[in-house]
Write a protein that binds this ligand. Structure first.
Ligand SMILES: N[C@@H](CCC(=O)N[C@@H](CS)C(=O)NCC(=O)O)C(=O)O
Length: 311
């Protein structure tokens, strides 16, 4: 019998079924929520390794919210005690609550919580509890609320909202979560089903990016960043560790240029930490990589000209 990475989230046919997010309150600008949008009140707990957390880190940076919303990065290596706050290269202790483990934030918010303790977490320093552990919701809050303190581009423009929501769903199911469905599958058929869908989705995005610089025209929106966090991890991690190896992103001319284009936009490169990304995946999933050997490659020049400004 094969051990699943998360046995409680494995279906009978060997498919990984991700747990639902437990904390889904909203910070609002208009006073309709007890969580009012204020500078200095909220704190993000994240991992630079995690794609879901990475999206919120990017939006915080692009929306100019670094001063208004504090952030603490956990140790990328997660053992049986879960995400931990320690001091190291690119991560630190928790200056807000002095928690040693992120599980303390969950216990403080809901003592009965029994699910997996995940990043990202948006913490409210006024009430001393978690507002949200949903990356989708946190992204949206940082994009659409905090208007009085935010700056930077509109990542959820009115005229594209329906189309953004629709494409997000495909990108989430078949790409962002698709690589996990392939990597955490415990049967050949569940793996193949997921892995083929990953590449069908990359093929679809490759076509879409032939004549358009970003997914919705000449400005990146939320969906671009949702795709980016998976693309940037693909060749270093998902290609090998999650066995998504029909092709690399480097084999897709449009996607590879697009990924470098996004990477080179101001504020993005500092959010990408390949050391955290690689060590996290290869160390933490003991059932997939029991030796914990972290591969040396790939060699990539993400600062190379992408040529996509011509589109
Ligand atoms: N659905 C969550 C997903 C977050 C998630 O699964 N994060 C992973 C890291 S990539 C995690 O914290 N895992 C903790 C664990 O597996 O124990 C979200 O939307 O924010």
């Amino acid at each position: 019998m094969v051990n699943a990475q998360f046995p409680a989230e494995q279906s009978a046919d060997g498919t990984f079924e991700r747990q639902d997010d437990a904390f889904r309150a909203w910070v609002m600008d208009d006073g309709s929520s007890p969580y009012t949008a204020e500078a200095g009140r909220y704190h993000l707990y994240v991992s630079s390794a995690c794609p879901w957390a990475h999206r919120t880190i990017i939006v915080r940076s692009l929306r100019g919210l670094e001063a208004a919303i504090g952030m603490t990065v956990v140790d990328p290596v997660r053992d049986e005690r879960g995400w931990a706050f320690r001091d190291g290269d690119g991560f630190s202790h928790d200056p807000i609550n002095h928690f040693a483990y992120l599980s303390k934030a969950y216990a403080a918010s809901d003592p009965a919580y029994r699910g997996r303790v995940t990043v990202p977490v948006l913490w409210d320093t006024h009430t001393g509890c978690i507002v949200s552990n949903s990356d989708d919701d946190i992204m949206r809050m940082l994009e659409t609320q905090f208007a009085s303190v935010a700056s930077g581009p509109d990542l959820y423009p009115e005229q594209h909202r329906n189309a953004i929501d629709k494409l997000n769903e495909v990108v989430y199911q078949r790409l962002n979560n698709g690589v996990y469905l392939a990597g955490f599958a415990t049967t050949q058929s569940a793996y193949e089903r997921a892995a083929y869908k990953v590449f069908e989705t990359l093929d679809m995005l490759e076509r879409r990016l032939t004549s358009s610089r970003y997914l919705f025209g000449s400005q990146p929106v939320e969906t671009d960043w949702r795709a980016f966090v998976t693309l940037i991890r693909f060749d270093p991690v998902y290609y090998g560790h999650f066995k998504c190896n029909l092709r690399r992103i480097a084999d897709y001319p449009n996607l590879y240029g697009y990924m470098r284009d996004l990477y080179q936009l101001p504020g993005v490169e500092p959010t990408v930490n390949f050391d955290h990304i690689k060590r996290h995946y290869y160390y933490t999933h003991a059932d997939i990589n029991p030796t914990r050997i972290v591969p040396i490659g790939p060699m990539q020049d993400l600062r190379a000209p992408h040529g996509r400004e011509k589109l």
